[in-house]
Design a protein around this ligand. Structure first.
Ligand code: FE
Length: 203
């Protein structure tokens, strides 16, 4: 082997992690970042921000027709109404699935994502393979997530950007008529709100 020990160690972390670490040290060194800030942000994302926020929007849209109309007309206003407006949702567009329409969200350029309602994006969402293949062969990508769509179902692809981010409103699963808002929200998954999966009927 010709690589030095230091070279080997640098490769233990992937490039984004190394860059993040370098940026963090630099910001701390220059006094632009307090040492506990990063930890605090990570804690907020672990405990208070995540797909449960998006799930509340979706579940309410299933039971409250007027709210659904507001959500589809202006996602950010609806997020604000529910107290979950924040990072990545100042221009939130909600798109609804229907029996003949399936919506799928991607960010072809990088990994734009509605953080305040879905939390941190999954690794595959940031993967160049997903970002290109979702455009080129969305049905194949969906099938790999276990979502087999009939040819008669139209797939609508939404490309996120720094300005506009998307929330897929999945169809309400069958067999959920008796459930209250909280129980309905518990059925809504992150992947369904990105559009790679659909929600299964309640058991
Ligand atoms: Fe992006």
């Amino acid at each position: 082997m010709s690589g030095s020990q230091a070279h080997t160690h640098a490769h233990d972390l992937d490039e984004p992690a190394l860059r993040a670490r370098a940026l963090e040290s630099l910001l701390l060194e220059k006094g632009l970042l307090a040492s506990d800030t990063v930890e605090r942000i990570v804690r907020v994302y672990e405990h208070h921000v995540g797909p449960m926020n998006g799930a509340r929007l979706v579940a309410r849209s299933w039971v409250d027709r007027a709210f659904r109309a507001r959500l589809l007309a202006d996602g950010s206003a609806a997020a604000q109404e529910m107290g979950v407006l924040g990072l990545g949702t100042d221009r939130l567009v909600a798109v609804e699935n229907a029996p003949r329409v399936h919506n799928l969200v991607v960010c072809t350029l990088c990994s734009c994502y509605p953080w305040s309602i879905l939390g941190l994006p999954p690794t595959w969402y940031k993967d160049p393979a997903y970002r290109s293949r979702a455009v080129l062969e969305p049905r194949t990508v969906l099938a790999e997530f276990g979502t087999i769509l009939d040819e008669s179902v139209e797939v609508r692809l939404w490309d996120s950007s720094a300005e506009v981010r998307y929330l897929v409103v999945p169809e309400r699963p069958a067999g959920t008529a008796e459930l209250d808002g909280e129980a309905l929200a518990a059925l809504v998954t992150r992947d369904a709100m990105i559009g790679v999966t659909r929600l299964a009927a309640a058991a």
